[in-house]
Design a protein around this ligand. Structure first.
Ligand SMILES: C[S@@+](CC[C@H](N)C(=O)[O-])C[C@H]1O[C@@H](n2cnc3c(N)ncnc32)[C@H](O)[C@@H]1O
Length: 268
């Protein structure tokens, strides 16, 4: 392990953020990854290359192209009826691979959740991506509050304006959920397709989240399709992962398998 000087750390962070794809990522996460990469190697270019590659894997890789958030907001502002609102949300969610993969199962997924969960008065959407745009499909109380957190500042600014346009109060925060797991008390926490992604950053992420979140119910899901689009034994792998994460807990765990997503409802 190399000694990491404050000057080297600052220079590495600046170099990483020079590429605009990484400029809006939560600064604490960038610092953490820069520090880890500096401790492993001495070549400055290699440090920046490896740090960017990890940040890309964590979040940047999911963008199909750069999102014009101003245009997306205008789309939501002009869509006031439920069907046009849903159509606008679908269009925007198609721009992020993770929500794009969910579009075909949206109706079935949220119908299933509403059969097994009471309408929520508060939701915490962890590593949310564009998932808050599924609000029109969700079973929420009229006065429900929707909290969302992900690492991209521009996406969170967009969601802070989008959530009220979808008829809810809420807060979208740019932060890393690991190691500082959000502590708000909520009816339901969503960890949609995030455990597998966050465990690349920290192998204990799933455990930290399932134990640390103050939620009566947690909906945790796993992808059944890789970013490249192929299924590779993912169902067995993630069923085994969830079994390990929950086997010695007094929690009730229900499993649902959809075409593109493996879904668990956990009652703590
Ligand atoms: C597979 S996507 C899931 C997105 C969303 N939950 C969904 O299912 O559509 C993983 C998400 O985790 C976010 N992410 C990665 N590392 C994170 C961290 N340390 N803290 C918070 N969010 C993170 C990424 O930006 C990305 O939006």
């Amino acid at each position: 392990m190399n000694y990491v000087s404050p000057e080297a750390l600052a220079a590495t962070i600046t170099a990483i953020q020079q590429n605009k794809q990484y400029a809006t990522i939560d600064a604490n996460l960038v610092e953490r990854i820069a520090r880890e990469e500096l401790a492993k190697r001495t070549n400055k270019k290699e440090v920046v290359k490896h740090a960017r590659s990890r940040l890309r894997q964590a979040g940047t890789a999911y963008f199909k192209r750069q999102i014009n958030y101003q245009r997306a907001l205008e789309q939501l502002q002009t869509a006031t009826a439920l069907d046009t609102q849903k159509a606008a949300c679908r269009d925007i969610m198609a721009l992020h691979t993770s929500t794009a993969e969910r579009l075909d199962i949206l109706d079935d997924l949220f119908a299933t959740l509403s059969q097994h969960l009471p309408p929520a008065t508060s939701v915490l959407d962890i590593a949310c991506g564009l998932n808050p745009l599924t609000i029109p499909w969700q079973s929420l109380e009229k006065d429900a509050t929707y909290y969302a957190v992900d690492i991209f500042a521009d996406m969170m600014q967009f969601l802070s304006k989008a959530i009220p346009l979808l008829g809810r109060t809420g807060q979208a925060t740019a932060a890393s959920v690991i190691p500082d797991v959000p502590i708000s008390t909520v009816d339901v926490a969503y960890i949609f397709k995030a455990i597998s992604c966050l465990e690349q950053l920290d192998p204990n992420a799933g455990e930290l989240l399932l134990h640390g979140l103050n939620a009566k119910h947690i909906v945790a899901t796993f992808p059944l399709q890789s970013l490249g689009g192929r299924k590779k034994g993912m169902l067995n792998t993630y069923q085994a992962r969830m079994a390990t994460l929950t086997h010695d807990q007094p929690w009730t765990v229900k499993e649902f398998i959809f075409n593109t997503e493996l879904v668990y409802i956990i009652e703590k």
